[in-house]
Design a protein around this ligand. Structure first.
Ligand code: ZN
Length: 386
């Protein structure tokens, strides 16, 4: 298998059953291939997770491709039309877990570099890979720790591109320039338990929670900002755990998730919610407790020369520009943003995490061509200026 063939490389990666945090030989394969291209590779295992940092070149601006080789579990394997770890190509479509999220994205970037090298292209600086085996898991022993290691060892990244499947219809149609933040809040209302026949002797937390839920669910957090849709608040559950019909429960809990834009921080949102819960506690005599769990804060990479060159690379291949988006969930870009400007651009992601995950071979080829152009333009424009 040659490194210039992104399809063969994707198939080989899919055949490594790397359900997070298992590696299944995926990083060995990436390392072998990159070493064959002249990269210096460092394996960075943390706890049960293996990671890889690979760099080509010894000095100058460092353009980093970031991604992951772990995948989510396949679920019921018998429900798949083609086995999830076989990497079958049928009628121009590559099938398997990781086909779009994001083994083929990793393969496309490796092949883009290999194809340029075959034409004797040399980067005027460094090209690096930050590949983790912990993106689909808790994301504790992956990108975050590798970035810490890079910092401790004085490796500087100048710009990063995360190869997550951001495409809506095809590779390159959408570039994610930021992400909303996400936080989960657990509310607990505690009253006084009692007999449903004697409600005056109890302090029922259920109607208090019902009012709180209604109030919070209607809350307008904002009306959107320059690069973001309005923030949202959605309840996921309300529980009393009470199966008796003659008992007023002492306690009700409810849980909701907030996806927030760059107008908020977890602290500002918590303060806003606390105002409402404090008021409910005062009026009802119940105790209202909040437990906040932040998954990621909101960030945006302002459109500049970097996003312009990515867009130009897309135009060169597709003929039409990209949409800049900040929608969707969280990714490892949330850690990289503290080190250098970062955006995400990859394959069409319609089947990610689904049964029968697959990607058209043509889309992998398209992304490889876009990445090739990105590398060329980067070292023509930004590489020199940095
Ligand atoms: Zn992914």
């Amino acid at each position: 298998m040659t490194a210039t063939d992104p399809i063969a490389l994707s198939q080989a990666l899919i055949r490594c059953a790397s359900v997070t945090p298992t590696d299944g030989g995926a990083l060995d394969l990436v390392q072998r291939t990159l070493e064959g291209l002249g990269f210096t590779c460092t394996r960075l295992p943390f706890a049960e997770v293996d990671n890889l940092y690979a760099v080509y070149g010894a000095q100058g601006p460092n353009f980093c491709f970031a991604g992951h080789t772990d995948v989510v579990p396949p679920g019921d394997v018998s429900a798949w039309r083609h086995p999830p770890f076989e990497g079958a190509v049928i009628d121009g479509v590559l099938h398997g877990r990781g086909a779009c999220d994001m083994k083929s994205g990793v393969a496309a970037f490796i092949s883009a570099f290999a194809r340029l090298r075959e034409k004797n292209w040399q980067p005027k600086g460094q090209v690096s890979f930050l590949i983790t085996g912990d993106e689909e898991g808790p994301s504790v022993n992956g990108t975050k720790k590798v970035l810490g290691w890079l910092k401790d060892n004085r490796h500087v990244l100048n710009h990063a591109l995360v190869g997550e499947p951001t495409g809506v219809v095809e590779a390159g149609d959408t570039i994610k320039i930021g992400r909303r933040g996400s936080m989960n809040v657990r509310l607990t209302v505690t009253g006084v338990q009692g007999h449903t026949a004697y409600p005056q002797r109890a302090n029922n937390p259920v109607p208090v929670m019902a009012e709180l839920v209604a109030k919070l669910a209607k809350l307008e957090l904002d009306r959107g900002s320059d690069h973001f849709e309005p923030s949202t608040l959605a309840f996921a559950t309300i529980d009393t755990g009470n199966s008796a019909t003659n008992v007023i429960p002492a306690k009700v809990t409810a849980g909701f998730n907030i996806r927030f834009n760059d107008l908020h921080t977890p602290d500002s949102l918590t303060a806003k919610i606390r105002e409402i819960t404090d008021e409910a506690a005062r009026q009802s005599g119940c105790e209202v407790a909040l437990h906040v769990d932040v998954s990621g804060v909101s960030f945006v990479t302002q459109p500049d020369a970097y996003t312009a060159l990515l867009n130009d690379a897309v135009i060169a291949v597709r003929g039409t520009p990209s949409e800049f988006s900040t929608g969707g969930g969280t990714s490892d870009a949330r850690f990289i943003k503290d080190f250098c400007p970062v955006v995400e651009m990859g394959l069409a992601g319609a089947t990610m995490h689904k049964t029968d995950e697959c990607v058209p071979v043509a889309d992998v080829e398209r992304l490889t061509a876009i990445y090739e152009k990105v590398l060329e333009l980067y070292f023509q424009r930004l590489g020199r200026a940095s």
